[in-house]
Design a protein around this ligand. Structure first.
Ligand code: PMP
Length: 420
C-alpha cells in the first residue's frame, strides 16, 4: 500500500498524501459548488483565484521580487527549451533595434539590423548534462548552429561523459549574449550547480548577463537569488505538483511595455523564427496564464503543495532546504562509508542533493549486484531506484515529498546491503 513504500523515482514524483486526498474530493465537488475542480471553467473567478493564490504563494516561498512575473504554461521543460530561445532572441533583436535607432519600415535599416543579427546574435549554453544538452540542441535546431555558443561542455573533461561542471576560468562566454543558459540540476546525470556561478553575477551597477536557468528538478529545495536571473523555469512534476504545468518566473523588463517582441514580419525579414503563440511569454503574461485552456486542476494541486510548505516551514524554502540537505547527507554518508561496494558517479564538488547517482559492485559483477540491490530495496518498500538508462546504476531522487524518514530508511538499507 501507499503507506508501506517510499518512492525515489526521478519524476513524476511523490506528492503529499493529504494533498491528494483533498484533491480527490475536489475532483468531485469543489468548495461545495457541486462541480469538480477539473470541470469548472478556466474563465471563472474561482479559477482566477486559484491562479493568483498559487502565484502569490510561490512568490512568497521563493522571495520572488516585485519586478518578476509568474507564468503557468503547458509544454513541459522541453517546451521551455524552445520558448526561452525564441523569447530571448526576440528580446535581443528588439533591444538591438532600439539601441541602434533602426526603423523597421526602412529597407536599409532592416538590412543593417540583419547584418548585426548575423554577426552578433548568440545564445550561450553551458552543457553539463543531458538536459542542458537537449536545450542547446533545440536552440541550434531553431536558430542554426551559427547562433549558438557552447560556453563549456563537461564531456570534454570526462572522456565524453557528463559528471562535473567545468571550472569557470575555462568558460567561453559571448560578449552580448541574448541569453546564458544553464541547468541548475541535471536530473539524469546527478550534477548540480553548488551555487549561482560567479562568472554570471551582476556587477555593482546591478547589470549582468541575461541568465536563464532550468530548475525543473531542484526548484523549492533551496534559496535562490532570483534577482540574478532573467528567467527561471521548471516543470511542476518533481517538487511542486503533477505533470502538466510548467512555471516560468520572468523578469518584467522582458515584457511590454519595456520590451515587446519584434513583429513577425520583421523577424521573417531577418531570417529568424517566431514562436508559436502559446510559447510567447508576452501573450501568456498579458492573459494571466489564461490565453488558452489551462489545467486549473494542476494549478490547484501546486497551490495546495505550496500552502503545505508555508505551513510546515515558517522560514519558507530555507526550511525545506535544511531538510533536503540533511536527506542528501544521510544517503551520501551511507554510500561513502563503503567505497568497496559503492561509487558515486558525478564529481563530489558538483554532485546533486536531489538525484543521487551511484554504482554498486560486489566482486566484479556490477550487474548482478545492482539487480540484487534493486530487488532487496523493493522488498523493503524502497522503490523507483533504478538509474536512468543512459547512465545505468542506481538513482535515488530525494525530492520534497520524500520524507526525512524515507531517506533514513534508504541510508540504513544502503549500509545493510553493503555488509550483508
Ligand atoms: N529539464 C530537466 C532538468 C528535467 O529533469 C526534465 C524532465 N525530467 C526536463 C527538463 C524535461 O521536462 P519535460 O519532460 O516536462 O518536458
Amino acid at each position: 500500500s501507499r503507506s508501506e513504500i517510499t518512492y525515489f523515482g526521478a519524476g513524476p514524483a511523490l506528492l503529499p498524501t493529504e494533498v491528494l486526498e483533498d484533491a480527490a474530493k475536489a475532483l468531485i465537488n469543489y468548495q461545495d459548488t457541486g462541480l469538480g475542480i477539473a470541470e469548472h471553467s478556466h474563465r471563472s473567478q474561482l479559477a482566477t483565484d486559484i491562479i493568483n493564490k498559487a502565484k502569490a504563494d510561490l512568490a512568497s516561498c521563493l522571495d520572488v521580487p516585485e519586478d518578476y512575473e509568474i507564468l503557468f504554461m503547458h509544454g513541459g521543460g522541453t517546451g521551455e527549451f524552445s520558448a526561452t530561445a525564441y523569447n530571448f532572441a526576440g528580446a535581443w533583436v528588439a533591444n538591438k533595434q532600439k539601441e541602434l535607432g533602426l526603423d523597421s519600415t526602412k529597407p536599409e535599416d532592416v538590412q543593417k539590423l540583419k547584418e548585426v543579427v548575423n554577426k552578433d546574435l548568440k545564445l550561450d549554453y553551458l552543457v553539463t548534462g543531458g538536459w542542458s544538452q537537449k536545450a542547446s540542441a533545440e536552440a541550434e535546431r531553431l536558430f542554426g548552429a551559427e547562433h549558438v555558443n557552447i560556453v563549456a561542455d563537461s564531456r570534454k573533461e570526462n572522456g565524453g561523459k557528463f559528471g562535473s561542471i567545468p571550472d569557470e576560468s575555462s568558460w567561453n562566454l559571448s560578449k552580448d549574449a541574448a541569453l546564458v543558459y544553464y541547468c541548475a540540476n541535471e536530473t539524469v546525470d546527478g550534477v548540480e550547480f553548488p551555487a549561482f556561478p560567479k562568472a554570471l553575477e551582476p556587477g555593482p551597477d546591478g547589470k549582468g548577463p541575461i541568465v536563464i536557468a532550468d530548475m525543473s528538478s531542484n526548484i523549492l529545495t533551496q534559496k535562490i537569488p532570483v534577482k540574478n536571473f532573467s528567467a527561471i523555469f521548471f516543470g511542476a512534476q518533481k517538487n511542486l505538483g503533477p505533470t502538466g504545468i510548467t512555471v516560468v518566473i520572468l523578469k518584467k523588463s522582458f515584457l511590454p511595455p519595456v520590451t515587446s517582441q519584434p513583429s513577425p514580419a520583421l523577424m521573417r525579414k531577418l531570417g529568424l523564427p517566431i514562436p508559436p503563440i502559446i510559447l510567447q511569454y508576452e501573450t501568456i503574461a498579458k492573459n494571466n496564464s489564461l490565453y488558452n485552456t489551462l489545467s486549473i486542476f494542476d494549478v490547484y494541486i501546486i497551490g495546495q503543495v505550496l500552502q503545505r510548505m508555508l505551513k510546515t516551514y515558517p522560514d519558507k524554502v530555507a526550511g525545506q532546504q535544511a531538510v533536503t540537505d540533511k536527506k542528501a547527507q544521510l544517503v551520501y554518508d551511507a554510500i561513502e562509508a563503503y567505497p568497496d561496494v559503492y561509487r558515486v558517479i558525478p564529481a563530489k564538488a558538483t554532485r546533486s542533493r536531489v538525484n543521487v547517482c551511484f554504482r554498486v559492485s560486489k566482486g566484479d559483477d556490477v550487474d548482478a549486484a545492482e539487480k540484487a540491490f534493486l530487488a532487496q530495496g523493493t522488498a523493503q518498500g524502497l522503490t523507483g531506484l533504478k538509474g536512468h538508462r543512459s547512465l545505468g546504476g542506481i538513482r535515488a531522487s530525494l525530492y520534497n515529498s520524500v520524507p526525512l524518514e524515507g531517506a533514513e530508511k534508504l541510508a540504513k538499507f544502503i549500509r545493510d546491503f553493503a555488509t550483508s
